[in-house]
Design a protein around this ligand. Sequence first.
Ligand SMILES: *Cc1c(COP(=O)(O)O)cnc(C)c1O
Length: 360
Amino acid sequence: MADYMIRDGVWKSLANFRLPESLGFGIVLAPVMYSATYSEGQWSQGELLPYGPIEILPGARALHFAEQVFEGMKAYRVGRPVANLFRARDNYARMRRSAERLAMHPVPEPLFFEAVNAVVGACTEIIPGKTGQSLYVRPFLIGTEPGYAVRASHSARFMVIANPSEIYATGPMKVLIEREQVRAAAGGVGTAKTGANYAASLLGSTRAVEHDYTVALWLDPTSRENIEELSGMNLFAVIGDELHTPVLNDSILPGVTRDSLIMLARAQGWTVIEKAMPVADLLRQISNGECSEVFACGTAAIVSPIGVIGDADGRRYQPNTIDGRARILREQLLAIQERRAPDPYGWTTEVVPLVKPRSQ
Ligand SMILES: *Cc1c(COP(=O)(O)O)cnc(C)c1O
């Protein structure tokens, strides 16, 4: 695979970029992006270009069949000149599995890392450096072949965009149990990181927000009895002295953060139980105090406490503890992600900064 091209305007966009005072999450756009295309069995040379609109044929399958998969990862640069990624190989492996589930041509691993390293490397100087801040990196793959024949595209585009961001956090979340709709079908694409699952969740999420909740809490698609996850975060509960989380199945998205928290929890001797989590049991355990704490996790928010679980019948359940074990895990994980603590798992990798050649 050839090295990528650096298009006109890249250095100028980077030089002109100023980080705004307030970043939020996923709002500020990095001034550069990476793009490569796949057709006739081959990947094109990639290119780094100024962030801007792309052309896509209106008949492209991404627009009609939701032929799209994506990833979300973070690059940190807290108190260091060089940025580092967190568990990027796991994001690659998941994107590959997501693409395979949608019958798309997976992005080869070297191309994925060329793209991510190009964007993070180019953005090194503009990655905000306070604790909790990062460059959120969003690789995605879309099917670009036009046509209504129900099969996968023979052509695709792979891109990486990024956002200088704060932790995605709004204080303790209020989650509303969605009793009717499901996010992902049994045997569907729930384990793939694909926009289709978000499309399925939008009505429930919108209703939750209208009722003054942060986000919807999804149940399993078969019995609607077991807790699965939030629209973009996995869920944990502290029950007695144990940490519980729904066991992965064919409709839960296997989060990298979820996996990291399980490892950190076990490393400090906590018991972690991965099994089906009936919602009726959890609500009873919150009411009688057996369940002291509930929290969610994902790359964007890292670990976010849940203050209220609301049910469709209007009842509200409030765990006694907010941000107890959640805070411990968040601080431990963030310290590794920001390279302030030793990284015994080899989770972090440095990204070589991209430096403007003297001649340009
Ligand atoms: C991305 C995502 C998560 C969290 O995964 P991380 O790898 O921890 O960021 C959880 N659920 C869904 C549906 C997701 O899309």
